[in-house]
Design a protein around this ligand. Structure first.
Ligand SMILES: Cc1ncc(CN)c(N)n1
Length: 222
């Protein structure tokens, strides 16, 4: 049949758009997000990224060859050395101390999303795991591109969330997203319709959990 990554988003088009174009994202782009909502999101996203780093370590364990092992290692390194480092810097700028981050209670949306991905990866193979991870990596890359095209998006110092947008727009992040899409395109090209249907279910679940994560930030839910 020859599936591609775009078939996963097409299979849950409404959920995918609801995730990429969520009110939280729009408010980030317009620079109008409540500071308290962003702070809550940043705190929970720190916990999220720690568990996602664990998921990349699981991807290393599930790898079948050296190329896959290197990709998992690169993913883990990008989360630890790029995203988490920048994230801890954002938290500092927004008055959140690194020592406080480690002691944070996990919100239900964080718990549900991170454990879902780890469970999908533990039960399945590397493709199941990387499909579960893809709304995170590919989604934020797409969100940065979508925001850049919107007339309401405010850029530069006038937007308090400029650094956040710039991080996901950066060449490092966009290159990681393109590499992940290429790997998924190659793997999905080989799957049967029945296998694709199962993968599309994992992708839809993870996309919905991303929507819940944005909503948790907006509502400052615990
Ligand atoms: C919830 C969530 N999803 C995705 C990303 C981008 N790695 C993130 N930082 N946080």
């Amino acid at each position: 049949m020859g599936y591609r990554f775009s078939d996963l988003t097409a299979a849950c088009q409404d959920d995918w758009r609801a995730y990429v174009e969520h009110d939280f994202v729009r408010a980030l782009g317009a620079g109008t997000l409540e500071p308290g909502a962003f702070r809550h999101y940043l705190q929970q996203d720190y916990l999220f990224l720690v568990h996602f780093a664990r998921a990349y370590a699981l991807a290393a364990y599930k790898s079948q060859d050296l190329a896959e092992l290197r990709q998992a290692f690169d993913g883990l390194k990008t989360i630890l050395d790029v995203e988490l480092d920048l994230h801890i810097g954002f938290c500092r700028d927004w008055g959140i101390d690194e020592a406080d981050l480690a002691a944070l209670p996990e919100a239900r949306a964080t718990l549900a999303y991170t454990r879902y991905v780890l469970d999908a990866g533990s039960r399945g193979d590397l493709l199941d795991l990387r499909v579960a991870l893809s709304p995170c990596l590919v989604g934020y890359g797409e969100i940065a591109g979508w925001l850049a095209e919107q007339p309401f998006t405010v850029r530069g110092e006038a937007n308090p969330f400029e650094a956040w947008i710039a991080m996901y727009e950066s060449e490092d992040f966009q290159a990681a997203m393109r590499a992940e899409r290429a790997w998924l395109d190659a793997r999905l090209a080989e799957v049967t319709p029945a296998r694709f249907a199962r993968l599309a279910g994992i992708f839809r679940d993870a996309t919905r959990l991303e929507i819940d994560f944005w909503q948790m930030g907006l509502d400052r839910a615990d």
